[in-house]
Design a protein around this ligand. Structure first.
Ligand SMILES: *[C@@H]1O[C@H](CO)[C@@H](O)[C@H](O)[C@H]1NC(C)=O
Ligand SMILES: *[C@@H]1O[C@H](CO)[C@@H](O)[C@H](O)[C@H]1NC(C)=O
Ligand SMILES: *[C@@H]1O[C@H](CO)[C@@H](O)[C@H](O)[C@H]1NC(C)=O
Ligand SMILES: *[C@@H]1O[C@H](CO)[C@@H](O)[C@H](O)[C@H]1NC(C)=O
Length: 406
């Protein structure tokens, strides 16, 4: 980590110059899980609370720490009940692996979507900047920040995870007659998606629609709403921001922390540099040396594990696609009946690296509240044309692994 802290000290030197004492952080809300490209910048006040007395209390492993707010928008009440109980079962399975001290609220919807090709999705409703021990601020999902029981944290949204699934898909539910070759196991899908909601997600992505050959982390202040960008709004560069998940990613075969690339990108300009508008920023970015770095990272799906390596193993859960015609239990059996069930050993280590406590590693690894001020005077520019390839981009060439850092 020495290398990284060395680099980050340069970065934070420039930050201190523009620091204005303010009390809000810039959170990102993604209210529509199947349209994750719609991101709303939300100013979160830093709120104070009394930490709980005994942060590490361990709930019974049969307590469901997920609270489901379920809206079933179809008429088939039997199917609605199956969907709801799958969410509950998924919550129980995750609760038995993680030690959670604060309930996680899932707002889930089951409805007929516009197209029969969309399965559905789930993700954090709000992610918030937190300061890691290497000096970088990264975006943490609210579900995780809640567990840290910090005395100061960015304000929470009323919901932790938002989920939306398509009733047009031939899902198979636990207890149904044997699965057919076209059916998709719903329980496995939910657990997979909840993992994304808990923070198994990189912020590196293709954000520059006109340049699909370049990937960057989240661009602070550049939100992607449904309206056209306001060309008159000044754009203030406040950096490229990774997610908590990115902290431990290593790019192979270079064997370099992916964060070191984020740090290179952040040399593009001093934080606080103002551009005429978002397009002016983009135009300058694509002719900068940093753009070449962004191109180097492209072609990786870093929010899933490699299919060739992990399909048919105990780490099947976070591969990019779910095999049709196989139930969760089938996959667990094919993977060798791992004692942890759906949550493989490596996946558990990743969750621990993110900061979650587990029975095997019962301490949370908490970052600090953010100290990067969000400049209240500057409006965030919105941008409509970023493409979003999070669940769709697929890996060619570069393998990315995550190390467990204890
Ligand atoms: C709870 O944990 C104990 C020991 O680790 C185990 O024997 C038991 O089956 C678990 N119960 C559930 C519901 O997972
Ligand atoms: C997984 O197993 C199935 C069935 O045995 C096989 O058809 C498929 O090729 C395997 N996939 C990988 C990536 O090993
Ligand atoms: C920010 O937006 C508000 C209202 O949309 C506007 O009145 C204000 O002038 C804007 N500020 C800047 C710095 O663009
Ligand atoms: C966004 O993309 C659409 C179609 O791809 C195009 O017509 C529109 O001009 C673009 N908007 C901006 C602001 O680039």
């Amino acid at each position: 980590m020495n290398l990284l802290s060395l680099i980050s000290s340069c970065l934070f030197l420039s930050l201190t110059l523009i620091s204005i004492p303010l009390n809000s952080a810039q959170c990102i809300d993604q209210p529509y899980p199947t349209q994750p490209n719609i991101k709303l910048a939300s100013k979160c006040l830093l709120v104070k609370k009394q930490p709980m007395k005994n942060v590490n209390y361990q709930v019974q492993n049969d307590t469901n720490m997920f609270v489901i707010q379920f809206n079933c928008e179809i008429k088939d009440i039997t199917r609605c009940a199956k969907v709801k109980s799958s969410f509950e079962e998924a919550g129980l399975i995750i609760s038995s692996t993680l030690i959670l001290n604060t309930p996680i609220l899932i707002n889930a919807k089951f409805r007929e979507m516009e197209s029969a090709g969309i399965l559905g999705a789930a993700g954090p409703y709000r992610t918030m900047p937190m300061k890691d021990d290497d000096g970088f601020e990264r975006l943490y999902p609210q579900s995780l920040v809640k567990q840290f029981q910090l005395s100061v944290h960015p304000e929470f949204a009323p919901v932790d995870i938002i989920a939306d699934f398509n009733s047009l898909i031939p899902f198979w539910f636990e207890g149904d007659p044997p699965i057919t070759s076209q059916q998709i196991g719903f329980l496995e899908l939910i657990i997979h998606e909840l993992m994304h909601g808990l923070g198994f997600a990189s912020s590196w992505n293709v954000y520059l629609d006109n340049f699909p050959e370049a990937a960057t982390p989240e661009i602070v202040g550049l939100t992607t709403g449904t309206t056209l960008p306001d060309l008159n709004a000044k754009f203030v560069f406040n950096g490229f921001q990774e997610s908590a998940f990115d902290k431990y990613l290593i790019l192979l075969p270079e064997n370099k922390l992916i964060s070191s690339y984020a740090n290179e990108l952040n040399k593009f300009a001093d934080f606080g540099t103002t551009y005429e508008n978002a397009f002016d920023f983009l135009n300058q970015f694509v002719v900068s040396p940093q753009f070449l770095v962004a191109k180097e990272i492209f072609s990786s799906s870093i929010s899933h594990v490699d299919s060739l390596t992990y399909t048919n193993t105990s780490e099947f859960l976070m591969t990019f696609s779910q095999e049709k015609g196989r139930t969760l239990n089938d996959n667990i059996r094919i993977g060798g009946n791992y004692a942890g069930g759906a949550i493989g050993h490596k996946l558990r280590l990743i969750l621990e690296s993110l900061g979650y406590a587990t029975k095997e590693s019962p301490n949370y690894k908490s970052p600090s509240p953010p100290d990067l001020p969000f400049n209240e005077d500057l409006n965030s520019s919105s941008w409509n044309n970023f493409s979003y390839k999070f669940y769709h981009t697929f890996v060619v060439g570069i393998t990315i692994i995550m190390i467990n850092y204890l």
